[in-house]
Design a protein around this ligand. Structure first.
Ligand code: SF4
Length: 228
């Protein structure tokens, strides 16, 4: 079964690369910047995240300044990201946590830790789950972690790369086990793109999808139609 899943992952990886191009990893910047940006991105669109991040870093030129600012000033700066009353304190708490544990505001040391330790270190920060931790490690540091966001979770579930009803937390190690580490970044990016453009949450465009032949969700419809 695992071999069959690995073969399916390989097939999906190849077809998505042919369809959308193979994304090439480049660092998104220092891991602390990525952590703040990822907290801002929770439950909002990229454009709102970018606006809030730009406003925050314009009003406060250093992370020390963000950490020490009045909470309401941080909340006001990031309002465009939504849920600012939650995200503002979450960012300030994360900065205080990092300072307390490391004596400085930097996460660069995560590049030298074994991956599991780096994941564990990040997820001890309140409000930082496996998805946020994996994004920081993969996007900023190029570490082999596989972030599972809502699109990756939905598309990989419909395809049958993960068993039905697998939650997003359990999907992380399952997807990591199916492909080589160098596939994680392009696969993550292309699964998101596929989820936004074709395998949409409410109305998947199966009739134009190049993955029909390997998709459990689609094949179940074909069988039901043939039965009925
Ligand atoms: S066939 Fe349909 S459900 Fe399957 S991946 Fe494509 S769009 Fe999604």
């Amino acid at each position: 079964m695992t071999e069959a899943l690995r073969a399916k992952y390989e097939h999906v990886f190849r077809v998505l690369n042919e369809t959308y191009g193979r994304p090439v990893w480049r660092s998104h910047g220092p891991p602390l910047d990525e952590l703040v940006a990822t907290i801002l991105s929770q439950a909002t669109a990229d454009v709102n995240t970018e606006r809030a991040y730009a406003e925050l870093t314009t009003r406060f030129p250093t992370w020390e300044a963000v950490r020490d600012a009045p909470p309401e000033a941080v909340v006001a700066a990031i309002r465009s990201a939504g849920l600012s009353n939650t995200k503002g304190p979450r960012i300030q708490n994360a900065l205080r946590h990092i300072e307390r544990e490391r004596g400085e505001l930097s996460l660069d040391f995560l590049g030298d830790l074994p991956l599991e330790e780096a994941m564990a270190w990040l997820t001890r920060i309140e409000g930082v789950g496996p998805k946020t931790a994996a994004i920081v490690l993969l996007f900023s540091l190029g570490r082999p972690a596989f972030p599972v966001d809502t699109h990756v979770h939905r598309v990989s579930g419909r395809l049958g790369l993960i068993p039905p009803k697998t939650n997003a937390v359990k999907a992380h190690p399952l997807l990591e086990s199916l492909g080589a580490p160098e596939t994680y970044y392009p696969m993550h990016i292309n699964l998101i793109r596929h989820g936004r453009e074709i395998c949409r949450a409410r109305a998947p465009q199966c009739h134009i999808c190049p993955l029909q032949d390997v998709c459990d969700y689609y094949q179940s419809f074909v069988w039901r139609a043939a039965d009925g």
